[in-house]
Design a protein around this ligand. Sequence first.
Ligand code: FES
Ligand SMILES: [Fe+2]
Length: 354
Amino acid sequence: MTSGKPFPLNAWYPAAWGHEVGRALMARTICEKDIVLYRRADGAVAALEDACWHRLLPLSLGRLVGDQVMCGYHGLVFNSAGRCTFMPAQKTINPSACVRAFPVVEKHRLVWVWPGDPALADPALMPDFHWNDGVEWKGEGGTFVSLKCDWRLVVDNLMDLTHETYVHSGSIGHDAILDTPFDVTHSDNSATMTRWMIDIEPPPFWGAQLGKPGNVDRWQIVTFQAPAVVIGDVGVAPAGSGAPQGDRSQGVNGAFLAALAPETETSCHYFWNFVRTFRTDDDELTRNLQRAHVNDGKGVYDQDHVVLEAQQRAIDRNPRQPFYNLNIDAGALWARRMIDRLLAKEHGTAQAAE
Ligand code: FES
Ligand SMILES: [Fe+2]
């Protein structure tokens, strides 16, 4: 199955938070596939093509009848496998009357769909997003629905934390990010950017979390899982307390989590969370951290949001202008290479990717 689009279809993408999907029809577009989601009485999530077989009215404008969807135009009913079970004013049901049912798995508090070839939808290929389970790591995140940029710009953004110095100067930015070299390693389907900043003054956000005076050792270990998940293991510990050697017990450890779903070529859904292993029972801290990231334009991710959408508008106006690469882009380049390889595989041009 090829799309010719800049996103692989044969992958698991987040479509919704589990708590968003209930006994009401919910429309979401993933990889230009219009999908209607709902929860069956047995708790399983169904994901159907959001276009009626009869005249293409979005099924999300209809209603749930038991575990089936009734189209809001002429009343055709489809079960959760997408098969039509009722047609008005006729007894025989055309056997071809179906809508597509997408493979769907609920895991790590998110509902993931596979927009490509269902025969390839292997749950073993799901990304590791266990930080989001709310067990060892605590946090509440959110979603940017229809962020107006190519999803790969978000990957670039998260794989290059140098931008913190400029975009987030008042909270997590720090000049030490610029002075500290980093390593990039990779496997077949993941790339990791590791940066340790030793014996630095803590940036305001991290100084407040640590609550101890003095310099810190700060880490940023950011892993991309192809094609659309980024996990950032971040934190600080008092300088010299052994964090680079593996003992983080004196420090504070967080992780930013990003699961992305292309919506169109130039828009995406961005499911984010910031989780932590410190003060995990402190609900007020959970709320404060959520607000630190998204807060009516003032949060850290709101700042990224402005940059990403402005970048996309500039790209739209100058579509043939190339991107130039700096050393800081090494992590993002590995991520892009893996995405390109998946695309080439899907488009049957594996050689082109080499
Ligand atoms: S468009 Fe759905 S029943 Fe006619
Ligand atoms: Fe950022």
